[in-house]
Ligand binder design. Structure first.
Ligand SMILES: Nc1ncnc2c1ncn2[C@@H]1O[C@H](COP(=O)(O)OP(=O)(O)OP(=O)(O)O)[C@@H](O)[C@H]1O
Length: 288
């Protein structure tokens, strides 16, 4: 399911003295099956854009086409339920939305709301718990007895239980320790690969952009100012700095090494790429 923004403008509190631009003339396509990262400094419009992906916000002008759904300013809130099922949103600190007595009930809540039988919904809950890497034993536990990272996985399982085609992630690893962050990003990558989920990720972690995304959207003051592969986006460090954005750590290290006489081409974006180019230059290489 492709998602296309066509000249989308969004104004907060339109028609009041407090009106403010959220999005300005955004046109872009997020392709079915892609892994798209959205970056930009605070207040650049990332969350506003995300909320257009399942019509939580509707354009003030322009059109957002999500699969068969065309969303304009005129679109009524009726009949949007199937859209909300297809586009799953994992908000920041998603675990704050858990509320049921058991993990199973919490995950089953969404599907039940969409007309799935109790029995089927509980079956789905058991499947989803596995999918997010938690043991079966958590199903009958209170979500509030779990660790923060496990709670977040339960919340994500609840979104996945709706069997969405698109998974929208707003800073999904915020507040996790480095090991927890890595595990969670690996989990999304697996879902992307094995379930064919389209992923839209808002992040300020450039390493994650380099490691996982195939398309990057750069937002600034409500405008989409650059679109391209991570390689294209990270090719111009001065431009990134001017927009308060940085480079992945590997590219930073390559820059520092370039200053010491090492050479890299293309710019390494992952640890593997860095190692591959560095080894021959320091006399290392394959071991027999
Ligand atoms: N509910 C609101 N009412 C009025 N203005 C808003 C509202 N939410 C956001 N804005 C404004 O819209 C612009 C875009 O904000 P948005 O939250 O989309 O940016 P962001 O890139 O997601 O920021 P952050 O990284 O801090 O989450 C900002 O100028 C912001 O002040």
């Amino acid at each position: 399911m492709d998602i296309t923004f066509d000249h989308v403008n969004f104004t907060y509190q339109a028609g009041t003295p407090f009106a403010g631009d959220g999005l300005k003339d955004v046109s872009v396509t997020i392709k079915d099956g892609s892994y798209t990262a959205i970056i930009g400094h605070t207040g650049s419009g990332k969350s506003t854009l995300l909320q257009h992906l399942n019509a939580l916000l509707k354009p003030t002008s322009g059109t957002v086409t999500i699969g068969d759904f065309k969303i304009t300013n005129e679109t009524s809130n009726k009949n949007l339920k199937p859209l909300r099922q297809k586009v799953g949103m994992v908000f920041q600190f998603a675990e704050n939305q858990l509320f049921e007595q058991t993990v199973a009930k919490d995950i089953a809540f969404g599907p039940k709301n969409f007309g799935v039988s109790d029995e089927e919904a509980l079956k789905l809950a058991a499947q989803m718990v596995k999918l997010v890497g938690l043991p079966d034993s958590v199903l009958e536990q209170s979500p509030f007895d779990l660790s923060g990272g496990q709670m977040r996985r339960v919340a994500i399982a609840g979104v996945l239980a709706m069997q969405p085609e698109v998974l929208v992630l707003d800073e999904p690893t915020a507040g996790l320790d480095p090991a927890g962050r890595n595990e969670m990003m690996a989990m999304f990558q697996k879902l992307h690969e094995t379930q064919g989920l389209t992923i839209v990720l808002v992040t300020h972690l450039m390493d994650d952009v380099a490691d996982f995304a195939d398309q990057v959207l750069v937002m600034d003051q409500g405008q989409l100012i650059k679109t391209g592969s991570p390689r294209t986006i990270f090719a111009d460090p001065a431009w990134l700095t001017a927009h308060q954005l940085g480079l992945p750590k590997t590219a930073q290290m390559a820059q520092a090494l370039t200053a010491k006489g090492f050479q890299f081409d293309p710019q390494p974006l992952t640890t593997e790429e860095l190692a591959q180019q560095l080894l021959p230059q320091i006399g290392g290489g394959a071991h027999d």
